[in-house]
Design a protein around this ligand. Structure first.
Ligand code: ZN
Length: 191
């Protein structure tokens, strides 16, 4: 076994208060590429090539909602992705009482799909979507089924993914939860 892996195994064996902080690398094995690797797309409305970061910014969503959704559905939703060994191991370590929380920048919901219960999703989730007007909840299917921009069945309002776009602030409850989890991981639990 590689020395680094041995060392990690030792740390995990001796810990019972682990908080895992992860990002895109956790889900690449599940076939979800880091969206930043996506190429810019020429946008007819703007008359120039738009970067992925600009494409999923708040202002772009507001001004070019149709183009936003075209990119978003194509590059950020992976409805058939399955948890990989990393997600599964973290869920198992939570069951064993070793991992207390997962803090993730991913928006794919794969930690929960693997069985993790305490997951702080800093950037939200593509699996949750809300009507901007009446706040009705919609799953990812609604977004995928809709041609272009998804609208609410109840009130006709526009549906927005519960994903933190560029220019938007992180949810304060989620930050609080993540900070609390990380802070408490510095206190060794005695059993
Ligand atoms: Zn509505």
């Amino acid at each position: 076994m590689d020395d680094k892996i041995k060392e990690l195994k030792k740390i995990i064996d001796e810990s019972n208060n682990i908080v895992f902080f992860g990002g895109a690398g956790v889900s690449t094995e599940s076939g979800i590429p880091d969206f930043r690797s996506a190429n810019g797309i020429y946008n007819m409305n703007l008359g120039r090539t738009v970067s992925p970061e600009e494409m999923i910014s708040h202002s772009f969503y507001m001004r070019h909602t149709e183009d936003f959704y075209e990119f978003y559905k194509d590059k950020l939703i992976y409805e058939n992705a399955q948890p990989n060994n990393c997600h599964k191991a973290l869920a198992e370590l939570e069951r064993q009482g070793k991992v207390k929380a997962v803090v993730t920048q991913n928006i794919d919901g794969l930690h929960q799909k693997a069985g993790s219960k305490v997951v702080w999703e800093l950037h939200g989730s593509t699996l949750r979507n809300y009507c901007e007007r009446c706040h009705a909840f919609y799953g990812v299917e609604k977004v995928l089924e809709s041609k272009g921009v998804p609208y609410c069945d109840k009130c006709g309002g526009r549906i927005k993914p519960d994903v933190v776009l560029y220019e938007e602030g992180l949810d304060s409850d989620v930050i609080d939860g993540a900070v609390r989890a990380i802070r408490s991981s510095f206190t060794r639990q005695r059993d």
